[in-house]
Design a protein around this ligand. Sequence first.
Ligand code: CAA
Length: 258
Amino acid sequence: MTDYETILTETRGRVGWITLNRPEALNALNSQIMADVVDAATRYDADEGIGAIVVTGSERAFAAGADIKEMEAKSGLDMLMGDHFGGWARFAAVRTPVIAAVSGYALGGGCELAMMCDIILAADTAKFGQPEINLAVIPGMGGTQRLVRAVGYYKAAELVLTGRLMDATEAERSGLVSRVVPAADLLAEAEKTAQAIASKSLPSVFAAKAALDAALESSLGEGLRFERQTFAGLFDTEDQKEGMAAFREKRAPSFINR
Ligand code: CAA
């Protein structure tokens, strides 16, 4: 893969890794890191050899938010016309499941980036929050919308209005985090989870992610119709025949992603 300025990338088996790498700024999300992450994720997504993506940061910080120093002097018109966070929509739209492996701070845009992922694994050192109110602004990369859906209105409102941070235990209890693991095990757990997903049939993985997304974006009726049609569509894949035959024959399936 390309050399990037602000991230490290590595392919391990069928898993594409993206490591945020601006240690001097606790991985604050500036325009360059957005461009790099979006480019890497889009390339992984287009590669049938990749079945899952992991996004991680450093031990100290997943990401401490959007880059305040880059934004500080901008006008409202600059933010609007420059579509300042627009690239993140392309990241959120990748079809491949993305696991956020969060250690340390996931604040503001960092928490919002984690919430664009499908699974959030948190080290027991992780801290989540939307502290934008302390800067006299509000979340701008989806925090008011995705956090409400993740933890419910009242928890989200308290976090967004006070800027209070929550630790990994509270985040898991609130439904923001899929699972908390000891910090030393975070990357190994992310690897294991990603490899497990990447071993499935890719069309069914894409379909499952699309149906899960539909649950957040549509009414129950629309979501159920989408699920039924998508479920039916998978019966036209060779992998569905293989998966069900393997079950009947009591052997492991061998998928070809078709
Ligand atoms: N933007 C730019 N630089 C940042 C940053 C950010 N979001 N967060 C940390 N940094 C920089 C610091 O300025 C510092 O750089 P210098 O050494 O050059 O001064 C370096 O990273 C290390 O940070 P600290 O010295 O502050 O480290 P700390 O351990 O004392 O504190 C922290 C850690 C509590 C996370 C603190 O850095 C902090 O509060 N950061 C800002 C958190 C925040 O407000 N995030 C929201 C940003 S706005 C946003 O995200 C909008 C949106 O919705 C998209």
